[in-house]
Design a protein around this ligand. Structure first.
Ligand SMILES: *Cc1c(COP(=O)(O)O)cnc(C)c1O
Length: 489
């Protein structure tokens, strides 16, 4: 037996840690309060790189010194998604209150596989509130996960279990069965390819159905594809509808997709990563009509509910099917009737993760503190801001909308006056305009391709944006556009 002194990771001086913690809290509150005064984005400096790098730290450093390095090298260099003029990709802004909730969750360090503990009750309650908000029955199954990609993967995995027509858990896809076919649209987010690959469907059996002029899946083309696959001896099993596509914010006709799935005996999975949350706004919920008809629905709380990363959610109408797709009980997890592990591992049994953190706390506390109506109003505000921006673009001769504004996504480009330019030249010009805008630190939209043309894309999932921020965006795009166009002539 060694007589070396025993160690712990707790501080030697709790009061010193307390003082540092108070400093951290003060700094972060200032940081969020003053976010508007900083550039949206700036690249990490070489000095920051150097501070972050360094040899493997085998020996301790004082907590205060490590925190100083965080303040100098990490905190000043985000992508910018907490800023009022960040509209790139689809990222939420986070909230000050949820930041505090995260500290509490981390302090409790709950392992939320199940167990008789408050954290599990909190997750169950948060899921029940989300079901109610999105039109799912209270008896539906649900799980909080890291994000939309995982939530969608689990939804399609449940579909595969429910509709394969053979015991997928026993045989996988190794036995001699007809190929399973998954349907999505050409606008479906790239998670669907990952899911098709991971679930053994294969991209050869992932049909990308054409969309109409409003970027919604064409139901007639879907019907035809299903019929062709059946005729060829394959087995259609699931249709993926989208509420709020990543490119343009379009929502498929979910009622029509439901009818097709009913007629064909297929599972309807809906990817509502951000768009599903439009259901929280009474003024706009009809934009995502039919959500509640899905067999499974995936969405993110870290996008249009503005919560800090990461929080996604999958809901499954038939809780028993969700459990049947994933549950298993090794001896070390067998319920023992009493104590903390009296029941089954209710959350581990409906997904992939066993060790799971307490992400439910930020959802539960945020809903309690802000109220779901507040989120609904903010979502409505973002949709109104998208309309406002679209109107500003329409009113400018040198700006052109590239897609209908269905919800909170605006795709547009700068088109100089004077001689008409070739499409490629406009793409290059707008790429330069976007990069200058991002690098200026004034605003961060992102880009996409609409009908093969480069688009500046503004996706508004930001509770800090104000109309004046969109006015500034318009004037900056015009100024950069004119400057770049002058260079190009
Ligand atoms: C963001 C997004 C996803 C992926 O969600 P993550 O949370 O980033 O994993 C899927 N679908 C759509 C429509 C999205 O916007």
């Amino acid at each position: 037996m060694s007589d070396a002194p025993e160690e712990t990771l707790d501080p030697a001086d709790w009061e010193e840690l307390r003082a540092l913690g108070h400093r951290m809290l003060d700094d972060m509150v200032d940081y969020l309060r003053d976010v508007r005064d900083r550039p949206v984005w700036q690249p990490p400096t070489p000095a920051a790189h150097a501070l972050i790098a360094g040899p493997l730290p085998r020996d301790p450093s004082p907590a205060g010194a490590v925190y100083d390095d965080f303040r100098a090298a990490i905190l000043p260099f985000p992508t910018g998604n907490t800023h009022p003029r960040f509209w790139g990709w689809v990222m939420g802004t986070g909230t000050p209150f949820a930041m505090l909730a995260d500290m509490l969750a981390s302090g409790m360090n709950a392992h939320v596989a199940g167990y008789d503990q408050a954290a599990s009750h909190v997750e169950r309650q948060a899921l029940d509130w989300l079901k109610e908000l999105l039109g799912f029955p209270l008896g539906a199954g649900g799980l909080l996960v890291g994000g939309g990609s995982m939530a969608n993967l689990l939804g399609v995995a449940t579909a595969r279990h429910a509709r394969a027509g053979f015991d997928i858990r026993a045989n996988g896809l190794q036995a001699d069965h007809p190929a399973l076919v998954l349907y999505a649209s050409t606008e479906t987010h790239s998670w669907v390819q990952k899911a098709a690959e991971l679930l053994g469907i294969g991209t050869a059996n992932l049909r990308r159905i054409a969309v109409d002029a409003e970027f919604r899946m064409d139901p007639a083309a879907l019907r035809a594809a299903i019929a062709a696959d059946r005729a060829a001896g394959r087995r259609p099993f699931c249709v993926v509808g989208t509420a709020g596509t990543v490119n343009t914010g379009a929502t498929d006709d979910l009622v029509a997709l439901r009818e097709i799935c009913d007629a064909e005996g297929l599972w309807l999975h809906v990817d509502g990563a951000f768009g599903a949350l439009a259901a929280l706004s009474p003024a706009h919920r009809d934009r995502v009509a039919g959500l509640g008809g899905a067999d499974s629905l995936a969405f993110d709380l870290h996008k249009w509910m503005y919560l800090p990363f990461e929080a996604g959610c999958v809901l499954v109408r038939d809780a028993a099917v969700q459990r049947a797709a994933f549950a298993l009980t090794p001896s070390y997890l067998r319920p023992v009737g009493r104590g903390p592990a009296a029941g089954p591992m209710e959350f581990a049994d409906v997904g992939v993760d066993l060790s799971r953190g307490f992400r439910a706390l930020r959802v539960w506390m945020s809903l309690r503190h802000h109220g779901s109506d507040t989120f609904g109003r903010l979502i409505g505000q973002n949709i109104e801001q998208a309309r406002y921006l679209a109107a500003r673009i329409d009113a400018e001769q040198e700006l052109e909308l590239l897609a209908p504004v269905a919800m909170n996504v605006v795709c547009f480009r700068y088109v100089p006056t004077g001689p008409t330019r070739a499409g490629d030249a406009l793409d290059a010009l707008n790429t330069e305009v976007l990069l200058r805008l991002q690098e200026s630190g004034v605003a961060v939209p992102s880009s996409t391709s609409i009908g093969g043309r480069f688009a500046i894309r503004v996706a508004i999932t930001n509770h800090r944006s104000r109309r004046a921020d969109f006015d500034l965006l318009v004037s900056e795009v015009l100024a950069h556009g004119r400057a770049v166009a002058r260079l190009a002539t």
